[in-house]
Design a protein around this ligand. Structure first.
Ligand code: IMP
Length: 435
């Protein structure tokens, strides 16, 4: 049956960790297909169902909904060992992870152990990005250098072997130059890749053809972004970024469904800001006293530790200048806001409305030397703690004022508000997102 539901692209509009899994989990209830289109197992999507927490790094968050088919699109870099481990973990919880409902693009590029080694080796060198160490950058690097291997090429092991050896030798040389001699022998790397491929192969499809077909049938497709706009390789705070395009436009390239089929872009922000890894962060709470205390409060109350690496996240105030830029870059139609509850209990809440750059006030997020900008704040009254809720009438008045300020500044409506960790603790303002 053809439905009138829109395809939705969910993207993080900060530095990642905005809480995308919970929103996807909600939207997946009514969707037919959930697609990952970029990144890899550098993502960490945590879903809480009842009292049980599930963290997914590679498999789309829609997998926990029986009605959905889940697709890992061609824009993703794919670690076969991680996929099989994640699949096993889900299987042990009784989740159906059969090839019927878990599909992988046959042209995804493969992450090999030598990519991880290189990723970690580069981190000790002069330019520390603070990567997740999962081999993401080197795998995308090989893709761009035309040295990469796509999953489907393992169907011809001899062909794959020759190509893989080229990529291996290139990395081995780079690693040796960095003084790393503990590199696993090529035969070992290739043999375990071939073994893993046998288990991955049943899941392979041409994701583009599949999604085009599903779209023609009127199925609702949900695109699950990973990381966030400020980590985008082009528009993020380069070089402190990830190695893929994290913005909504890439949902088309990274899945093979054309851009005209991306109907609604939902931009997700926290009520404050966090960042893991190195790089500029204008509104980070660093000033000793009230400011630093507020940052610590957010970190503790919001449990701000990376779900992939466990690293503590840096915390700061909501940055409306950065948000506005991210909204424009993604053509955001509606905003989702997470962790409103975390800010409760603070005497005042700040939002950055301008930057001062070389003595001038601006609302434009710059492309260079972001570490030199001075954020200018507007202070808003804080609000008292409230229990997680799905009713807007339960929200304290000052928190509504905060939400209104964000809408006025950005010109975009807030359509969903997450008020706690649990599935049901979510306010849906736009009826199209009610399940
Ligand atoms: P990579 O993606 O592992 O190469 O890491 C590059 C940068 O992106 C580092 O600052 C990471 O901390 C950051 N990063 C990568 N994945 C995520 C994520 O899922 N959430 C937040 N930050 C991320």
């Amino acid at each position: 049956m053809k439905s009138n539901k829109k395809n939705i692209v969910l993207v993080g509009i900060q530095w990642g960790d905005e809480g995308k899994a919970k929103i996807i989990d909600h939207l997946a209830e009514g969707a037919d297909v959930v697609v990952r289109f970029q990144g890899g197992n550098n993502a960490g999507h945590t879903i809480v169902v009842g009292n049980e927490k599930t963290v997914l790094h590679l498999i789309p968050s829609g997998i926990l909904h029986k009605n959905t088919t889940n697709v890992i699109g061609n824009g993703v870099v794919f670690d076969m060992a991680v996929f099989l481990e994640e699949k096993r973990r889900l299987q042990s919880k009784g989740v159906d992870v059969s090839a019927n409902r878990l599909k992988v693009s046959e042209i995804c590029h493969v992450i090999f152990p030598f990519h991880q080694l290189l990723d970690r080796a580069r981190e000790t060198a002069k330019t520390k990005i603070g990567t997740t160490g999962r081999g993401i950058g080197p795998a995308y690097g090989d893709k761009a250098m035309r040295l990469g291997l796509r999953l489907g090429s393992f169907r011809d092991p001899q062909w794959a072997r020759e190509r893989c050896e080229l990529a291996y030798q290139d990395k081995a040389l780079a690693l040796k130059e960095m003084g790393q001699t503990q590199i696993p022998p090529f035969d070992e790397v290739f043999t375990s890749a071939v073994q893993a491929f046998r288990e991955v192969e049943p899941h392979l499809i041409d994701s583009s053809r599949y999604l085009i077909e599903q779209s023609k049938l009127g199925k609702q497709i949900l695109f699950e972004g990973a990381q966030g706009t400020l980590l985008d390789i082009d528009y993020g705070t380069y070089p402190y970024v990830t190695s893929s395009n994290t913005t909504a436009g890439f949902a088309a390239c990274g899945s093979g469904l054309g851009p005209a089929k991306l109907d609604f872009v939902l931009g997700l922000t926290k009520a404050y800001t966090t960042r893991v890894g190195s790089g500029p962060f204008p509104t980070e709470c660093l000033v000793a006293g009230e400011d630093l205390d507020a940052g610590k409060y957010m970190a503790q109350k919001g449990n701000e530790f990376g779900s992939t690496t466990g690293r503590p996240r840096r915390c700061g105030w909501l940055d409306l200048v950065a948000l506005k830029r991210a909204i424009a870059l993604n053509s955001v139609h509606g905003l989702a806001l997470s962790k409103l509850d975390v800010l409760s209990g603070l005497p005042k809440v700040r939002v950055a409305t301008h930057y001062e750059i070389s003595g001038k006030r601006t609302q434009d997020f710059p492309n260079f030397w972001i570490e030199d900008v001075k954020p200018l704040y507007e202070d808003l009254p804080g609000w008292e703690p409230f229990p997680g809720t799905c009713k807007e009438s339960d929200l304290p008045k000052s928190s509504l004022h905060f939400l209104k300020r964000i809408e006025d500044y950005t010109g975009v409506p807030i359509v969903m508000i997450s008020t706690g960790q649990k599935r049901e603790e979510m306010i849906i303002r736009d009826p199209q997102f009610k399940i």
